[in-house]
Design a protein. Structure first.
Length: 202
């Protein structure tokens, strides 16, 4: 649905920010029609109450939130760059074993000596192919606990401090946690293959 804002009394960006709040989204979910796929309609949306300060206050709020959004977007792009660098480094060290190969061939691995000393200087055969000497191959559950997630529909959530993780990643918050962080999550049905690290309880 498209909202056409009356600009004489409301700033469109202010309305956007209002509808982006967890409280407003919870209200929409809690008042949704639950028959079949949860959905809403114009009647429900038109009856939705929203805070509406003066137009000048709305614009001041929008300016502050817009500035914060710009900073968040800049940080997001920086994080993407850092994540790409970390992935490239991880692949080089722990998938392609570049430092081990360099040492095995008598080349400088290009790392500070204390770090280079952590890598062996030869590869050995394994059922997965070449691996650094001293490494082992074993089942995943020998190094971690695999646990099925919990069903927590949006209609049963209370906004809070703990992130809710779905197969596609963060999906709202709840006022109670079910898992102590840090943890790693991945989807078991639908969207498969995406992996998320969660530092806090979730």
């Amino acid at each position: 649905m498209k909202l056409n804002v009356n600009r004489e009394i409301a700033d469109p960006l202010f309305i956007y920010y209002v509808f982006s709040t967890p409280e407003q989204q919870d209200y929409i979910r809690q008042n949704a029609i639950q028959t079949g796929v949860p959905h809403t309609n114009l009647g429900i949306l038109c009856r939705t109450s929203i805070p509406l300060p003066s137009l000048s206050e709305q614009r001041a709020i929008v300016h502050i939130l817009g500035t914060l959004d710009d900073k968040i977007e800049l940080n997001r792009r920086m994080n993407e760059t850092l994540e790409a660098m970390a992935c490239a480094l991880f692949k080089s060290w722990f998938v392609d074993f570049d430092p081990v190969r360099a040492k095995a061939e008598g080349r400088d691995p290009g790392l500070p000596k204390p770090l280079a000393d952590l890598f062996p200087d030869r590869l050995v055969d394994s059922e997965l192919g070449d691996i650094p000497e001293g490494w082992e191959v074993g089942p995943l559950d020998s190094v971690l606990v695999l646990q099925r997630g919990f069903d927590l529909p949006a209609t049963e959530r209370t906004s809070g401090a703990y992130p809710v993780l779905a197969a596609s990643g963060p999906s709202g918050t709840h006022n109670e946690f079910m898992v102590r962080g840090p943890g790693v999550t991945t989807g078991r049905s639908g969207l498969l293959g995406k992996v998320f690290f969660v530092a806090e309880d979730f």
